[in-house]
Design a binder for this molecule. Structure first.
Ligand code: NAD
Length: 342
């Protein structure tokens, strides 16, 4: 028997505990996991006065993978700049685990092609992965205000670009589309040069460069032609939300954040949905997709990841629709539909 995979489960706030409960049923069914639950976000603020304690971060560091549901809610919203905030838990994890690569797959399920704001024939066949640099660029550069003006600085080192480009080439099946603004920005010219150099080590994979404005357009005009989209922090933030809309509902989208070594963080893209928390109506499918990403990219159990994804597709083909998809299935209905198809 192989050793069980050690998972830290962070349910968080709002619908977090409901969808984490669903994920735990799925993990129990698959077997081979040792799961430890810890508080994060608002519940951790209530218990410990901080969104992420040093003990929880240490437990995450010692695990094989971290599965997170969602944090935040009106209870902890405050205009006091010194009040602890649930989101600090997420930022603390990204920084503490050195998660520099954010991966967001976009693969609209065949049964949901008509739920997208784009026409079916535009999105049919779309199966892309956005690889976004997560710990550099303008989000982390020097900023401030001086004499009535404000500035934010975008800086990237060749090493930071090289390591994220390696991730993109590792996941590409046929092509990496590198997105930048090399006609204007110096960081983008270094980005392009560095990505070219990394591409030289991956000759079987095609490389194309797109300017970000053109990429934004092509993402809606020919989404099915993309494979891996590689980009920096700010462009990635915007393009991954644009790509997300191709699938129809935020309740469907998983994500992964990974570093060079150590455990990755796997979580749905959506938040804690306080408006439906406690009603039993949360869609658990983004959470199931996040479990699948954890199995594929976090702990090397890719066959089971594919099994989860096809069980979700079959449940949707069988008519499963939670409220966010226009139906009336509960979290429990959705969980048993997926488990039945697994
Ligand atoms: P949200 O994603 O929580 O909700 C947006 C809308 O989508 C709501 O109407 C909600 O009911 C619906 N929705 C979201 N997930 C759903 C699901 N699984 N099933 C059915 N419907 C779903 O975004 P928001 O309302 O802007 O934020 C709510 C709280 O979540 C805030 O405190 C915010 O800071 C936090 N947040 C956390 C994360 C995270 O934990 N990664 C991400 C985004 C927002």
């Amino acid at each position: 028997m192989p050793e069980p995979s050690r998972i830290v489960a962070l349910a968080g706030d709002g619908i977090g505990p409901e969808i984490m409960g669903a994920a735990r049923e799925l993990l129990d069914r698959l077997g081979g996991f040792e799961v430890e639950e810890h508080p994060i976000g608002g519940v951790s603020i209530d218990e410990h006065g901080t969104a992420l304690t040093a003990d929880v971060l240490a437990a995450c560091r010692g695990s094989d993978a971290v599965l997170l549901a969602a944090v935040g809610g009106p209870k902890w919203d405050s205009t006091d700049p010194d009040a602890p905030r649930p989101e600090q838990g997420l930022l603390g994890l990204r920084k503490g685990l050195e998660l520099f690569a954010n991966l967001r797959p976009v693969r609209p399920s065949a049964a949901l092609l008509d739920a997208s704001p784009l026409r079916r024939e535009r999105i049919e066949g779309t199966d892309l992965l956005v690889v976004r640099e997560l710990t550099g660029g303008i989000y982390f550069g020097d900023r401030g205000r001086r004499d009535g003006s404000a500035y934010d600085t975008c800086a990237y080192s060749a090493d930071e670009i090289e390591r994220i480009a390696e991730v993109a080439f590792r996941f590409a099946r046929r092509r990496v589309t590198s997105v930048d603004k090399a006609n204007v920005l110096e960081t983008s010219r270094l980005w392009r040069e560095t990505v070219e150099r990394v591409a030289g080590r991956h000759e079987a994979t095609e490389l194309e460069h797109l300017l970000v404005d053109n990429a934004a357009m092509q993402l809606v005009s020919r989404p099915a032609e993309f494979d891996v989209i590689l980009t920096e922090n700010l462009f990635g933030d915007i393009l991954s939300d644009e790509a997300a809309m191709l699938t129809g509902s935020i309740g469907m989208l998983p994500s992964a954040s990974v570093g060079a070594s150590g455990p990755g963080l796997f979580e749905p893209v959506h938040g804690s949905a306080p408006d439906i928390a406690g009603t039993g109506r949360a869609n658990p499918l983004a959470m199931f997709g996040s479990v699948a990403m954890m199995l594929r990219y976090g702990i090397d159990r890719a066959d089971e990841a594919a099994a989860i994804e096809s069980a979700v597709d079959r449940a949707l083909e069988g008519g499963l629709r939670t409220a966010d998809l226009g139906g009336d299935a509960t979290t429990e209905d959705a969980t048993s539909a997926v488990l039945t198809n697994l």
